[in-house]
Design a protein around this ligand. Structure first.
Ligand code: NAP
Length: 513
């Protein structure tokens, strides 16, 4: 039997009393470790985090909490090799893809460590300026932001076991709010190992960070009015979270990051179409293949002017044919596997569904796998196409969480804007062109339905941060079907973990805030 991973719960390591759920290597099929949370006293763990962790964190200043994050960064950096090994084994990722998760998480945490430094020796934040409430300037109002006196429960998705934890924990801990992480079962090992390293380093006060690996059953029932819950995962589970009485009756604050039918748009700019098209091809290839397309921000729909449909199809297919897929331990392999047999089946089912409304432009199933059995969870990229984009509703509505995207043709600017919006709210769209004015106008037009608009022009080709890369300085989240959430965006991320209150008093009182 494989090792049963322990949960850090109520300030001590505890293993579940059940047989556990096995985690597997998606390429080799071998069992790796087991997770289980059966029998854990959920109420005790939440109380411990709320009382011990919350009280200790709130005693510290932003600068002191920033220093804690800085110390965590050092521990994670020191153990990077172990994280890469776990990721390769449990997520089937090549090292370049592991970097997005592991190094992306550490970088994001480091960014919030520095932010804590800039916020200084305060324990709460001022929000805006003094506002006069009447004719006499003596009586005024000052808004303040204070850390919420509860826990932050994170329920995370399988595709980012590292980044998914740290991009949320950075803003929460800097705000003085204790964290309980429930990672997705399939890839919980990496999250558990990182938390273990941090706990064993003795950096955080007891109760500031807890982890529960196993069933989510009963977790939402523990939430109290000042707790917050941040969920990342499918729209179906998001609906369950949103309709829980903790949210509907106790007003527990909730942030949802759900699925998203992101897009890439080549602007109709005939003067320089070649340069912009090349940039689009490069970015789409990267987005389809990084982490085998298992990124919430990955490009799912590619819009090009009708006249460029065939050329784009041919060039993109030729690029995809060069991607080597298989065992991530083989150094010639560029793309590993999806995380599990369930995901492999979900991708096949999604692809079959999309094929009912699109043609197959590049068939990944014909590609040979390197060093991997056909029964492994490896899938080569497939490109679909629907020239009549209006007549393919499934393409605008179905997220296939794997290396799959669809090429679509458009007539004019108004047409492509309407088509992009059929995603009903997305995390990100990327625009490709050379006319700054047209690009800015398109960005402003599409901003209403996107958390982020990423513009790639020849002048930034070598320095742009990537369509799918979530940078801590920029907002992450999207309206509508993307979940309506907001994460990161620099200091904006702290809002979720603070309560805003207006203090109305004499200016002589307010100057002491
Ligand atoms: P999922 O099946 O919805 O699971 C997400 C998390 O919810 C897991 O930790 C899961 O635990 C837990 N869960 C399942 N049922 C629950 C319930 N009834 N109550 C409370 N928690 C419950 O999603 P997934 O398959 O892991 O993730 C893939 C999806 O996430 C994709 O659609 C992707 O687009 C989306 N995603 C979005 C973002 C973003 O930032 N917007 C980022 C990454 C992924 P178990 O694993 O134990 O079932």
């Amino acid at each position: 039997m494989s090792e049963l991973l322990a949960n850090y719960w109520g300030g001590r390591w505890q293993t579940g009393s059940g047989a556990g759920t096995s985690l597997f290597d998606p390429v080799l099929g071998t069992e790796l470790v087991r997770i289980d949370a059966t029998g854990l006293d959920l109420a005790e763990g939440f109380d411990f985090a709320r009382e011990q962790g919350g009280t200790a964190l709130r005693k510290l200043t932003y600068r002191e909490r920033g220093a804690l994050l800085g110390a965590i960064v050092k521990v994670l950096q020191a153990n990077r090799e172990a994280y890469y090994a776990i990721s390769m084994a449990n997520s089937g990722t090549v090292n370049n893809d592991t970097a997005v998760d592991v190094d992306g998480g550490i970088f994001t945490l480091g960014t919030y460590a520095k932010l804590g430094e800039t916020l200084g020796e305060r324990r709460y934040l001022l929000d805006g300026e003094l506002a006069r409430l009447g004719k006499d300037p003596l009586f005024q109002s000052q808004h303040i932001l204070v850390p919420t006196r509860g826990v932050a429960l994170f329920i995370n998705a399988f595709n980012f076991p590292s980044w998914g934890l740290w991009e949320k924990a950075g803003p929460a801990l800097i705000s003085g709010v204790p964290v309980i992480i429930k990672p997705a079962s399939a890839t919980a090992w990496l999250t558990q190992r990182m938390v273990k390293d941090v706990i064993e380093a003795g950096i955080l006060p007891p109760g500031a960070l807890s982890i529960l690996c196993g069933s989510s059953q009963g977790l939402m029932d523990q939430l109290q009015p000042f707790d917050v819950v941040s969920f990342t995962g499918s729209a179906a589970t998001a609906a369950v979270i949103r309709s829980h009485p903790a949210v509907t009756q106790s007003s527990v604050r909730v942030n949802i990051e759900a699925d998203s039918i992101n897009s890439a748009v080549l602007l109709d700019d005939s003067s320089a179409e070649n340069a912009a098209l090349d940039l689009l091809i490069k970015e789409v290839t990267r987005e389809m293949t990084v982490k085998s397309g298992q990124k919430c921000t990955a490009i799912r729909r590619i819009f090009v002017p009708d006249a460029l449909y065939e050329r784009t199809a041919a060039t993109l297919s030729a690029r995809l044919a060069k991607i080597t897929v298989g065992n991530p331990r083989n150094e010639t392999v560029r793309m590993g596997s999806v995380v599990s047999k369930e995901q492999w089946q979900a991708v096949q089912a999604g692809l079959a569904q999309l094929k009912t409304q699109a043609e197959l432009l590049f068939d990944g199933s014909k590609q040979p796998l390197v060093d991997a059995d056909p029964s492994s969870c490896c899938i080569a990229p497939s490109l679909l196409g629907a020239r009549a984009a209006d007549a393919a509703p499934l393409i605008h509505d179905t997220e296939v969480f794997g290396p799959v995207a669809t090429l679509l043709a458009y007539r004019d600017t108004a047409h492509v804007q309407a088509l992009v919006r059929r995603g009903q709210g997305s995390l990100v769209t990327s625009l490709y062109g050379t006319d700054p004015e047209a690009l800015a106008a398109m960005a402003a037009e599409l901003a209403d339905s996107h958390g982020r608009v990423h513009i790639i022009t020849p002048e930034v080709a070598a320095i742009q941060t990537g369509h799918g890369n979530v940078m801590p300085q920029s907002l992450h989240g999207g309206p509508g079907r993307a979940g309506g959430g907001e994460e990161l965006g620099g200091i904006r991320a702290l809002n979720f973990y603070h309560r805003r209150s207006a203090v109305q008093a004499s200016t002589n009182v307010l100057k002491h805030l």
